[in-house]
Design a protein around this ligand. Sequence first.
Ligand code: FAD
Length: 328
Amino acid sequence: MANDVWVYIEHKDGNASPMSFEILGIGKTLAKDLGSNVCAFVIGDSVDGIAKDAIAYGASKVYTVEDGVFKGFRADAYVKAAQTLIEKYKPEIALFRGTSQGSDMAAAAAAKLQTGLCADTIGLVIDGGKLKMTRAAFGGNFTVTVVNEKAQTQIATVRPKAFAMPEKDAAAQGEVVKESVSVSEDSLHTKVVEFIPSATSVNLVEADIIISGGRGVGKAESFTMLKELADLLGGAVGASRAAVDSDWISYDHQVGQTGKTVKPKIYIACGISGAIQHLAGMRTSDCIVAINKDADAPIFKNATIGVVGDINVFVPKLIEKFKAKLNK
Ligand SMILES: Cc1cc2nc3c(=O)[nH]c(=O)nc-3n(C[C@H](O)[C@H](O)[C@H](O)COP(=O)(O)OP(=O)(O)OC[C@H]3O[C@@H](n4cnc5c(N)ncnc54)[C@H](O)[C@@H]3O)c2cc1C
């Protein structure tokens, strides 16, 4: 239907990226406000299981394009398929994850469809039948709300973890619409020869436990201590911008308005004061543990558990206790 809300489901090795389902949650709210349906679309070489999962997470219909040429993500092939589907069904809104794959597809599809794109949105609402898209601007100093006045399909990428994950209902029923899009291997400019995961890639956004360090950590070497705690708990290491700007840790660890938005089960903030720009990236964590030697540090206002103390004393004790508890 022409006023449906579509959500692109990313996947790898036959499994959907769970975070694509977050967008189905907000997509469903938007569809309700438009009096329409939330639909998923999936492109790949083996997508049946992914389509079922999309229905379980709320899609009433899933459009699939399945062919060997779509094994492994290649922007030129995937964009052609997305463009063909969107041109045929003319959804009101098409949402993609704000990841490198989602951003790649959304930007190219928007250009080919001659419509607009709002990237990295953190707020989406329907107002007067139009999609209002909120995102940070000017280095995070402002948030702006964007409306694509003339678009046939309004396209946005959504910042990972900006919206809550919907409940899964394995018994949910939905329709799968199989489409075929012809893309010849010869027409493609790229070939996936091998996939080599980056040794330094930081999966902060998907981590359930994050141990984050700020200026209070004092030096680059102290991040080794935070990494030891993170490894012990199966978590990842985050950082404030002050720690990143001090060159103690790389930017891909930065949490906050100009870094990553995270929502782990446990976020342990070590020597972080709790500036608004840092809180913007982690305040919705399920449980925030703040360790800070200043009892008046603003982070304590947002903490579930506050520890007034020196991280150089407290973190080694935590490591010792967890090692004993976990027999490591
Ligand atoms: C446009 C813009 C965008 C920004 N984006 C981000 C962003 O994405 N992420 C981000 O983090 N910041 C961001 N910032 C910067 C932000 O405003 C703060 O400057 C930054 O978050 C401060 O980092 P911090 O808490 O580590 O350092 P500080 O504010 O200096 O706090 C250090 C804390 O460590 C405590 N401490 C010191 N020694 C110890 C010790 N031994 N044990 C325990 N506690 C100790 C201190 O009491 C203090 O509370 C942005 C700023 C601007 C203007």
